[in-house]
Design a protein around this ligand. Structure first.
Ligand code: RAM
Length: 306
């Protein structure tokens, strides 16, 4: 299993779900967290996994196209390649384990921005890396949703990138507040970004509010309806289950129960039955579930789970 980068609790949870399932099935797992969230760092990891003759690689891609040569080399060597979390292009994978429907996430985030802003005003996006295919797909989905008349009084002033590094995410959040004093909402579709921004906004007592995709364990102290809290509510899914579904998909590919084609079905243990479907990019995907909303009423139940 190859994640985006080291030092990100979300990636560690994904890898732990993957490891749990493979080991329970009697397999061996090599967990690789590259040092930086770049395609280059992942290419050397993939090359070493090819020489180790692993049966399968499940990767959260740091770039849509840059890994193609390496992942094709892996598939040519008989290695089953799936991606999860952040997809690589259809030629680089057999299928993609997608955490939730892309448009559903875009819709949920745009409706949160509309609601939290009071229906109008400036807002900004704090993303991960500029190459991240998952964040970029969600941003595109938000922009598409925003075309509707209902959102016409909202002004998206900027998309900034914190590269899933806490310090850089903190710095770009501070710059947003300085550059746009009337900013009403920041939407951070990354667990690293939202946690960094939550602290900046809450510590400074800013009137700007926050939503996005966050880990309950990192965000519980910032979730609240009053002025003392920076994030009224946010969304996510269970990252451990993303890893588990990645593992069941890899096992089904290795056992040749599935090939990754649309219409293939398999059982993912306690997660239930799944079907591989056509993805919007011409490849295929399997969707874990729907995004889940975390707010003051349920955050305490979830903060110790993930
Ligand atoms: C960050 C990473 C990850 C993404 C989550 C929502 O942890 O960018 O890829 O899925 O946020």
């Amino acid at each position: 299993v190859v994640t985006k980068a080291a030092g990100n609790p979300y990636n560690e949870k994904e890898a732990s779900g993957f490891q749990e399932v493979i080991e329970a099935e009697g397999g061996t797992v090599i967990v690789k967290h590259p040092e930086t969230a770049t395609a280059d760092a992942q290419i050397s990891v993939v090359q070493s996994l090819i020489s180790q003759e692993v049966d399968a690689i499940c990767i959260a891609g740091n770039d849509e196209n840059a890994l193609q040569a390496s992942l094709q080399e892996a598939m040519d060597a008989g290695i089953k390649v799936a991606c999860m979390d952040a997809k690589v292009n259809p030629d680089s994978r057999m299928t993609f384990v997608n955490q939730a429907g892309t448009m559903e996430i875009g819709q949920a985030l745009m409706d949160a921005v509309l609601d939290i802003s009071g229906g109008e005003g400036q807002w900004a996006i704090l993303s991960a890396t500029s190459q991240a295919t998952n964040q970029n797909a969600w941003i595109e989905a938000m922009k598409e949703v925003m075309q509707d008349e209902k959102y016409s009084k909202l002004e998206l002033v900027e998309v900034v990138y914190g590269d899933d590094e806490p310090q850089k995410s903190t710095d770009v959040t501070q710059a947003l507040l300085q550059n746009y004093p009337d900013l009403k909402v920041i939407c951070a579709p990354t667990t690293v970004g939202i946690a960094a921004a939550a602290k900046v906004l809450q510590d400074s007592g800013s009137a700007c509010k926050l939503t996005g995709l966050g880990l309950p364990s990192e965000m519980s102290e910032y979730i609240g309806d009053d002025d003392a809290h920076s994030c009224p509510y946010m969304f996510l899914w269970n990252p451990i289950d993303v890893g588990r579904l990645g593992a069941y998909t890899s096992i089904a590919l290795v056992n040749e129960e599935i090939t990754g084609a649309a219409g293939d079905t398999f059982t993912a243990g306690e997660l239930g039955d799944y079907e591989i479907v056509d993805a919007a990019d011409g490849g295929t995907e399997v969707i874990l579930g729907a995004p889940f909303k975390f707010d003051p009423s349920n955050i305490d139940e979830w903060k110790d789970i993930y």
